[in-house]
Design a protein around this ligand. Structure first.
Ligand SMILES: *Cc1c(COP(=O)(O)O)cnc(C)c1O
Length: 360
């Protein structure tokens, strides 16, 4: 068996120890004689698995008791609709900050449900920075302010939490959740798909302040009404049981690494290795402004894009895969989520130096 260094933006690499444990438990979970996939979601075994996953997530995030942790489905793209349906709460519209492709997707969908005020946009700069808070034209009557904490495609990340006064802050954290500590109390709602940093695709996490629940638009599907989901312990309908189980194993793994402060230090070390190399040469270019660079997704370009194919081929031959940039932006992108070991980034950096020496 050979495992590659997988730089995919998502679905992405998972910790090897988690996959091994899941393999060990595949046919018979803890003497139950069943795979987790075969269990009733209302039986005692799975109820315990889900409760433990939720408790570990609450502990890792330090989420206060008045926040509900929901296990949902549909991914962040479904949340782009589910959020306005639940969060408009009688307001005419909401504020959105436009920092790239995923913000644009959120904005487009929200427009179906209410008025969208684009309070700030980084479009003019080619989505290479986060607009400074002083430039945001917020509407004091907005239902919420929506941000994308980490633009997975553009590689632009907030390294600060916006102060938006009394209006709830809503964040799409699909690609940065659990990569470092976050002060949950500064947010009204956090959501994210699991397949970047948490587990298998099919599970969506929602962390929402309790007092915001219960005012969904009448047309909201019951399975997507946060209050209904919360009141039923995320089991209004059958949840993605196996994905919740794997997420629980990942939460265990994260705790064993030392929790979010330790994983942040690890992630900063990995990202610095790559950005230091990118800054040291004109052969490669990092497009994003230094103070907004993502710790999770590192886009870069070869100065001569005719070498792109050779670069990717050489990487693959050395066991480093999925480095091709998103089709919308081209170039390369190294996604280095929690589960990417330091050795993977070291291998990439030494290959990049070798490639430059040969072609530069
Ligand atoms: C991946 C991603 C999405 C899309 O998520 P789906 O699970 O495909 O719905 C949305 N927002 C961000 C920031 C992402 O990284």
């Amino acid at each position: 068996m050979t495992r590659v260094f997988n730089f995919s933006a998502g679905p992405a690499a998972l910790p090897e120890s988690v996959l091994r444990r899941a393999a060990d438990e595949m046919l018979d979970w803890h003497g139950s004689g069943m795979s987790v996939m075969e269990m009733s979601h209302r039986g005692p075994e799975f109820t315990a698995i889900a409760a433990e996953a939720e408790a570990l997530l609450r502990e890792l995030l330090g989420a206060p008791a008045h926040y509900k942790l929901l296990f949902m489905q549909g991914g962040a793209i479904a949340e782009n609709a589910i959020v306005p349906m639940n969060m408009l709460r009688g307001h005419a519209g909401a504020d959105y900050i436009d920092t790239g492709e995923w913000s644009k997707r959120s904005i487009k969908e929200a427009k179906k449900y209410g008025r969208v005020n684009i309070a700030a946009s980084a479009a003019a700069g080619g989505y290479t920075h986060i607009p400074a808070r002083e430039t945001w034209a917020l509407d004091p009557n907005a239902a919420y302010v929506h941000i994308c904490s980490n633009e997975t495609i553009g590689g632009v990340e907030y390294h600060w939490t916006p102060d938006v006064g009394g209006v709830p802050l809503v964040a799409d954290m699909s690609s940065s959740i659990l990569s470092r500590p976050v002060d949950v109390s500064k947010y009204g709602l956090i959501y994210g798909g699991a397949q970047k940093n948490i587990g298998p695709a099919g599970l969506t996490l929602v962390i929402v302040r309790e007092d915001l629940l219960g005012q969904a638009l009448p047309c909201t599907p019951s399975a997507f009404d946060y209050k209904v989901v919360a009141d039923n312990g995320s089991m209004y309908n059958t949840p993605p049981t196996y994905a919740i189980y794997i997420a629980g194993l990942v939460f265990h793994w994260l705790k064993a690494q030392g929790g979010l402060p330790a994983i942040e230090a690890h992630n900063r070390r990995k990202a610095a290795l790559l950005y230091d190399l990118l800054d040291s040469t004109a052969f490669y270019r990092a497009p994003v402004a230094r103070d907004c660079r993502s710790l999770m997704n590192v886009p870069f370009k070869l100065a001569d894009d005719r070498l792109d194919g050779a670069f990717l081929q050489g990487a693959e031959a050395r066991g480093m895969v999925q480095l091709e940039g998103h089709r919308l932006v081209g170039g390369m992108r190294a996604s280095i989520y929690n589960a990417m070991p330091l050795e993977g980034v070291q291998a990439l950096v030494s290959y990049m130096k070798e490639f430059e020496a040969r072609h530069g």
